[in-house]
Ligand binder design. Structure first.
Ligand code: HT7
Ligand code: ZN
Length: 844
């Protein structure tokens, strides 16, 4: 397959002023009639009239009313056109019922639904399917569905038709259409300038009772964007639709957001606290795209981070404001290290703004999204809150209605602050996670921190240049008082030192507070200093980080030297868990341990080949020892954090439940699941029920609960996804692959439903001791199922290939086994472009 390069960008040859689309819906033979007003682009470098189109049956085409016979290729249509504005008309036929890839127009449970980002519109009709071609869309839908929706506001509707008009020019990737038997959960919102907006969440009949939380989240998001960014909604209707078959979480189509049902539907009985928090964040994310993505979009797909990094950053600010900022920050860093650092340190590493791609769907990654958001956070830290807000105001004012680049974004900051951001731009252009080495010295009242930065080579980028790194530092005195409040040091060179004068004694440094930059901090330190920071640091992130480092180093010693669990860690964790001054949610996080994958990565970075089985055993040993040692404390915490008030998925109750359930997990290792069984039987919400079932499975006493859970929830597809996952997660490593295979053959498994596929095989690959079983059976099972999925759904197949991205960490035997599976996938006849690109990059 051919790669596309950022450096080859040329402006579109023709621009579009208006598009009129008519859909005559029929499951297997939908007709799409388009009427598009084109004009030559004065900035174009050629006059090649090419429209993207894939898998379309062309019925007829006309230019200015005269029939034409265009040249048709597998990628699109080419025609000779006038050298002045003209109207192109076409009629095509497509087959939504046969569309299992879930891109373009497809069917999900009898509902018509679209997904056009990134390049799905070309599967609907012939069009310049690129984000820098923006146009006003009018859409007529004809069919027998009771509800027919598209972007913008409804302008006419009657028996068997509906007409929608979206006045805001948009690229084709933001087009959406939904039609089916849907029920709405309605509400209203008045914007601060007085626009009365009709809000709807549309769902399948039976799901209407699962929308209330999502609706509240939407209204909170609308208010927050007005208050914090001064951004108002700009149409009279805002529709959200829940769809069961969906490749990702949700999609920000203008005025018609489409959601994976798992990311919008919720009830206390069927959704966990974590589900509620995620739903709130995703609704906010998609809503915030209305300004950062829709009103201002990307010039080309290389600029994807322009909308995604910024919107992730905005949704993380929203969650911090709605819930606990420290807990959100710690959770985000755990996730960043698990997904983005892993990506950045392997064969799939790529810059936040990639310079080339084969299939853009493969670049909706943790690097573009989460590292992209970290870059916004760093920028804000470097310029300060006030300048950030000014820059954003200027960005919205200057670029409203445009398709922009990272250069446009950085120029706004340069104009507002007078800073030169050329060095900052390296963060967008160079892949890899910088290592930041620190040493210190103290002399005559002056404390000096010496930093060295180095970014390892990544595929296609051997040499890295120094980046600007904002390093937030505070200093503590021996009694725990802060002798230097947080100061942001701006590192710009490969090696650089910073001094603090006038100190009476050598301080204890708290470095990279709030995780002020996405780097790996390397510092020789000891357990005493960590215990000190854990007790005294005023920065919640670094307080947590000190405990995390103790846990990690103790585990590494257990894995490498068969050491006993570290008493320093066991003391520290008790201290944090006991500390009533700390938020229960924070304490629950402090009881968490590094994941198997994080430990494997740490060992690999130390030059040690990780043994997944040994890692799993060490974690189990530590969990068992800890449970025995702090059983009494666990029981106290469990009792003290029972929530008696009616269920609310807010931060306060969720935090209490998280701590009580962390305590339950410890107790179950000692009592064989007795208390968990009680909780399972009495639970009135999914958080409690799932946690209890998980403890029972862990204790080897889960069979009855497994059956009861299925019997209770077999009609609820989202809960049954949990039923699939948890059994695999809790299978012993010997049996992980068998559990996944067995469930993939269960009557409720459906290969066409990405949620179910991910629930099954996502659970298998996130159980490293099972997935990396020395026999290679985990690899084999995954490859078998990816080969089956690829012809149906290349996008989801390709994403799941990243399970293999860490293969070079492991021993020769495992490497040989994985390579054989990668080669087997690559040798599959007709393998999709998506999967071919992913496997080829992983294979290296
Ligand atoms: N902008 C969207 C990204 C996306 C997507 C969503 C659903 C299915 C396929 C998709 N491809 C790309 C989601 C977002 O970031 O908000
Ligand atoms: Zn997004």
């Amino acid at each position: 397959p051919q790669a596309v390069y950022l450096s080859d960008y040329t402006p579109p040859a023709y621009l579009v002023d208006e598009v009129h689309l008519t859909f005559r819906l029929a499951a297997e033979t939908t007709r799409v009639i388009s009427k598009i007003r084109f004009r030559p682009n004065p900035e174009a470098q050629n006059r090649d009239f090419f429209l993207h189109g894939e898998g379309l049956s062309l019925v007829s085409a006309m230019i200015d009313g005269a029939a034409i016979t265009p040249e048709i290729t597998p990628e699109g249509l080419r025609a000779v056109v006038p050298d002045a504005p003209f109207t192109f008309q076409a009629e095509v036929e497509i087959n939504p019922a046969a569309n299992t890839a879930l891109e373009g127009l497809y069917m999900s449970n009898g509902m018509y639904c679209t997904q056009c980002e990134a390049e799905g519109f070309r599967k609907i009709t012939y069009y310049p399917d690129r984000p820098d071609v923006m146009s006003v869309f009018t859409v007529r839908i004809e069919g027998d569905a009771p509800v027919m929706l598209s972007n913008g506001d409804v302008v006419a509707q009657g028996d068997g038709f509906a007409e929608w008009h979206d006045p805001w020019p948009k690229p084709a990737y933001l087009f959406a259409l939904v039609a089916g038997d849907l029920i709405n959960h309605p509400d209203r919102f008045t914007t601060r300038s007085g626009r009365d907006v009709e809000l709807n969440i549309w769902v399948r009949p039976g799901d209407e009772g699962k929308c209330a939380f999502g609706m509240e989240a939407l209204k909170k998001s609308m208010t927050w964007d007005e208050e914090v960014y001064g951004r108002e909604y700009d149409l009279d209707i805002f529709n959200i639709v829940a769809v069961d078959d969906f490749n990702m979480g949700a999609m920000e189509n203008k005025g018609l957001n489409i959601f994976n049902s798992s990311c919008v539907l919720s009830t206390a009985e069927t959704s966990t606290d974590a589900n509620f928090e995620r739903i709130e964040a995703i609704i906010a994310h998609e809503y915030f795209h209305n300004w950062t993505g829709n009103r201002i979009t990307c010039r080309d797909w290389f600029q994807l981070c322009l909308k995604e990094g910024l919107t992730v950053y905005r949704d993380s600010e929203f969650t911090s404001d709605m819930r606990s900022a420290p807990v959100k920050r710690i959770s985000d860093v755990i996730d960043l290290r698990a997904r983005q650092f892993r990506e950045d340190n392997g064969p799939l590493a790529h810059p936040v703004r990639p310079a080339s791609f084969v299939e853009i769907n493969n670049f909706y990654t943790a690097t573009v999204y989460e590292k992209g958001a970290e870059l916004i956070g760093m920028l804000k830290r470097l310029v300060g809150d006030a300048a950030y807000r000014k820059a954003l105001d200027l960005y919205f004012e200057r670029h409203d209605g445009q398709a922009c680049t990272i250069e446009d974004w950085l120029t706004v900051f340069e104009n507002v602050t007078g800073r030169d951001l050329a060095q900052f731009k390296r963060w967008y252009e160079e892949a890899g996670t910088p290592r930041l080495k620190v040493s210190d010295e103290f002399k005559d009242g002056t404390y000096t921190l010496h930093f060295e930065q180095e970014t390892p080579p990544t595929p296609g980028q051997e040499v890295k240049q120094p980046r600007v790194i904002p390093i937030a530092v505070g200093l503590l005195g021996a009694n725990g008082d802060e002798v230097q409040a947080t100061r942001v040091l701006e590192m710009t060179q490969a090696a650089q030192s910073f001094s603090f004068d006038g100190l009476a004694a050598r301080p204890i440094p708290s470095i990279l507070r709030d995780f002020s930059a996405p780097v790996i901090l390397e510092r020789d330190t000891d357990n005493a200093e960590r215990a000190f920071l854990l007790a005294h640091d005023t920065d919640p992130f670094n307080k947590w980080e000190a405990g995390r480092a103790l846990a990690r180093d103790g585990l590494i010693a257990m894995i490498r030297e068969d050491a006993a669990p570290d008493p320093a860690y066991l003391d520290a964790v008790q201290m944090m868990a006991r500390d009533e001054a700390l938020d229960p949610a924070f304490r629950a996080l402090a009881l968490g341990l590094p994941s198997e994958d994080e430990l494997a990565q740490s060992l690999f970075e130390m030059g040690v080949t990780p043994d997944p089985q040994a890692i799993w055993q060490a974690l189990e040993r530590l969990r068992n020892t800890r449970a025995k040692q702090i059983e009494d404390l666990a029981r106290e915490l469990y009792t003290a954090h029972q929530v008696t008030a009616p269920y609310r998925p807010d931060a306060e109750q969720s935090g209490a439940r998280a701590l009580a359930n962390a305590a339950l997990a410890m107790i179950s290792r000692v009592d064989g699941g007795a208390l968990a069984a009680q909780q399972f039987d009495s639970a009135d919400n999914m958080t409690q029920q799932l946690a209890a079932w998980s403890c029972l499975l862990q204790a080897g006493a889960g069979d009855a609960a497994t059956k009861a859970f299925y019997d209770q929830w077999q009609q609820d597809r989202l809960v049954i996804d949990k039923w699939f996952s948890l059994q695999i997660v809790h299978a012993s490593p010997e049996h992980t692959a068998e559990a996944a295979s067995r469930l993939a053959n269960h009557a409720d498994f459906n290969i066409r439903n990405p949620n179910r596929f991910r629930a099954t095989f996502g659970a298998m690959v996130t159980s490293p001791a099972g997935f990396h079983h020395a026999s290679g059976k985990g690899y084999r099972v995954l490859a078998d199922w990816l080969i089956r999925l690829d012809p149906l759904n290349p996008q989801t197949t390709a994403r799941m290939c990243s399970a293999f991205e860490t293969w070079r960490r492991y021993d020769d035997t495992r490497q040989t086994l994985i390579k054989a599976e990668l080669d087997r996938i690559l040798a599959t006849p007709g393998l999709s472009r998506d999967t071919t690109e992913m496997v080829t990059r992983i294979r290296g």
